[in-house]
Design a protein around this ligand. Structure first.
Ligand code: SF4
Length: 198
């Protein structure tokens, strides 16, 4: 397919410009804590595979993110296998696809210490608005109100689609293209990258 190669070096830039809130949150938490719990690693790791980060670059990326706090030995013993596994290079050699919004919204409900899940569904209103501020959506703005109204109505994909439209200067109702709403984090990123290069 047409997915371009992403290197470990490039992830930060792609994150700031093109990640949906669920993935931006995981990435920021990983940067801050040099750690993510199992389902967070899985959600972010499969997504990164989907945006075109190949296995060798994924190993570089995760090693770097865990930082000096983790020994090479621990990384090799506890993490290398799981990363290779998620790329279908270990065990059953299954090619695990990146998680869809539906899967993220409904499976493995996050606990208070977890960073995985969908912020529109799993964050409280205050934390959500703080996260949305990194998309330059101001508290008290009409756009924020619009998004928060959808969240209140449990229409999480509508909220995410509205965020996409607002932050990319797209008309309401256009969605990620042809009126489609956001149903997959990888589509969010892919369409955002396409719009940037149009
Ligand atoms: Fe991520 Fe989907 Fe939630 Fe948007 S709606 S934040 S893409 S899980």
């Amino acid at each position: 397919d047409s997915t371009a190669l992403v290197t470990a070096e490039m992830v930060d830039d792609v994150a700031r410009k093109h990640f949906p809130p669920c993935m931006l949150n995981l990435y920021e938490r990983l940067k801050r804590d040099h750690h993510l719990k199992h389902f967070g690693r899985l959600q972010l790791g499969l997504f990164l595979k989907g945006i075109g980060l190949p296995l060798d670059e994924a190993l570089v990326f995760w090693r770097r993110m865990y930082g000096a706090a983790m020994s090479d030995d621990k990384f090799n013993k506890e993490y290398r296998y799981n990363i290779r596994h998620s790329y279908g290079q270990e065990g059953r050699r299954a090619n695990y696809p990146p998680r869809s919004c539906q899967q993220i919204l409904t499976s493995h409900q996050p606990g208070t210490q977890d960073a995985h899940g969908c912020p529109f569904r799993h964050f409280g209103p205050d934390n959500l608005q703080t996260l949305l501020a990194s998309y330059r959506i101001e508290r008290g703005s009409a756009e924020m109100k619009d998004i928060m109204d959808s969240v209140k109505a449990s229409a999480y994909h509508v909220a995410c689609t509205r965020l996409f439209e607002v932050t990319r200067g797209i008309k309401r109702g256009e969605g990620v293209g042809g009126g489609e709403s956001v149903t997959h984090p990888n589509t969010f990123t892919k369409r955002s990258q396409e719009i940037e290069s149009e």
